[in-house]
Ligand binder design. Structure first.
Ligand SMILES: [Mn+2]
Length: 461
């Protein structure tokens, strides 16, 4: 990320790409959208489909989950005809320029990349191939998590060509809620501006109250038990009896819905529960139940993207949740709350000056290691100035699989050298496979390498 913000330069690049797309659109006979497999990516996809439909363009879409290289992924998608009458639009993905530019250079199609992930490149990115329009606000000093979600960027692009997209602006709200992991009063920059613009148009409702993300649609009993943002130590993942006793002591009906708590009850819960979590959240009034809560809707999409991608793509268009999705959601949130409780209470850890190792045996299943690591970091359940390495022996591969996470506080203290940098240092000395971004990543190591890493972790940070 560039440190100095240059809003007009970014908006100028966006305008140029919009104009280029508009000028060429009547010439295209097909457009392919490629989007990311998360809530933000699915929201981008819907926004873009709306535009292409309005423009009478024939389109198709694919979802990219980053498990394979762009080269092998695109081999199955790029058409043999290689004609300039086609365009590819990437949303919420596509900033791996050192992989993508060599591919794009050899093609005749037009490529539009709208992404907010940090750019990975070893080459000079001021000179792109002629058939690429690359729009990425992180090049102009904006933070892809705090300032602009993928869906915010896509919404801005679409709105310039199709102003009535504002009616579908709730899609951008889902993307923002899914990526920012914060209450809506903490939004900044473009995210905040789009949020306010859509609020003024009454596209959604903004409410304030107790924030128990993951369970805003629930009773206060389930809210405290299954909240994952914040996870509340002492109540999260605990027994019903324990939480009921807590609420009875405050004279609050455990069945009262989180959204109906009055200010005095909210104050009491926070004071006696030993946590602070008050803020704004977004409601989508045209949807019912869980889907009417933007954060929970986004979380459901994120979960479904891993379990069943076609269910994710279809549920964003529904007004009420399916039985299947409801079951997947409640299993996920129950396990995560339970795992965060186990992590904060029971697991032995090995700490050095800058790192925390948590070795899991059978306490948490391997498929949940990654999310448990992420949410323990987001909630700062462990020392936020240390990097977390959580994992254990993966039986099928006979390797040690580690999820590595750090906070923004850690980055600030360590010269912005994050997880991806540490992983490449480890790979250089100890081998293994893996990768990641500044805040999150993973690596697989042999057992001897893991032992050496544990002994000398400071030298890799
Ligand atoms: Mn995103």
């Amino acid at each position: 990320m560039n440190n100095k913000q240059d809003r007009s330069k970014f908006l100028n690049v966006l305008d140029n790409a919009v104009n280029r797309f508009a000028d060429l659109s009547s010439y295209f006979n097909k457009v392919i959208i490629i989007s990311h497999n998360d809530a933000d990516g699915i929201s981008c996809l819907q926004l873009m489909q709306n535009l292409l439909y309005r423009m009478n363009l024939d389109y198709d879409y694919f979802i990219y989950n980053r498990s394979v290289s762009w080269k092998s992924y695109l081999e199955g998608i790029l058409s043999k005809r290689n004609t300039d009458k086609m365009a590819y639009i990437f949303t919420d993905v596509g900033s791996n320029l050192s992989e993508l530019i060599p591919i794009i250079e050899k093609r005749n199609e037009m490529f539009f990349i709208l992404d907010h992930h940090e750019v990975e490149t070893d080459t000079d990115i001021t000179s792109h191939p002629d058939n690429l329009s690359f729009i990425n606000p992180t090049l102009y000093g904006f933070d892809g998590l705090e300032h602009i979600a993928g869906a915010t960027l896509t919404y801005m692009f679409v709105k310039k060509l199709y102003p009535q997209i504002i009616k579908q602006g709730w899609l951008a709200i889902i993307g923002i809620a899914g990526d920012s992991l914060k209450s809506m009063d903490k939004l900044k920059s473009f995210n905040k501006e789009i949020y306010q613009e859509l609020l003024a148009e009454e596209i959604f409702e903004d409410k304030e109250g107790l924030i128990l993300f993951g369970s805003m649609h629930n009773s206060i009993l389930n809210g405290l038990k299954y909240s994952i943002l914040p996870f509340i130590p002492g109540l999260g993942g605990e027994s019903n009896v324990k939480i009921q006793t807590f609420l009875n002591g405050l004279n609050i009906n455990p069945k009262k819905e989180v959204k109906n708590l009055d200010p005095y009850e909210i104050e009491q819960i926070q004071k006696q529960g030993g946590f602070e979590s008050y803020g704004h959240y977004a409601i989508l009034p045209q949807k019912g139940g869980l889907l009417s809560f933007a954060f929970e809707h986004a979380l459901l999409l994120n979960i479904l993207c891993f379990k069943n991608i076609s269910a994710a793509v279809s549920i964003i268009q529904l007004q009420s949740i399916t039985r299947y999705a409801k079951k997947v959601y409640s299993e996920y949130i129950t396990n995560l709350a339970q795992n965060l409780k186990i992590l904060s209470n029971e697991l032995p850890r090995y700490e050095t000056e800058k790192a925390i190792f948590i070795k899991i045996r059978d306490e948490i299943p391997p498929s949940n290691w990654s999310d448990t690591a992420s949410f323990s970091t987001v909630n700062e359940l462990l020392d936020p100035y240390k990097i977390l390495l959580l994992g254990g022996l993966e039986k099928k591969s006979h390797t040690i699989k580690l999820s590595i996470r750090c906070t923004r506080k850690f980055l600030k203290k360590n010269d912005y050298k994050g997880v991806n940098k540490i992983i490449s240092n480890i790979k250089r000395e100890l081998g293994g496979t893996g990768g990641g971004h500044k805040l999150a990543g993973g690596i697989r190591l042999s057992t001897p390498s893991y032992k050496r890493l544990k002994q000398n972790i400071e030298q890799y940070i």
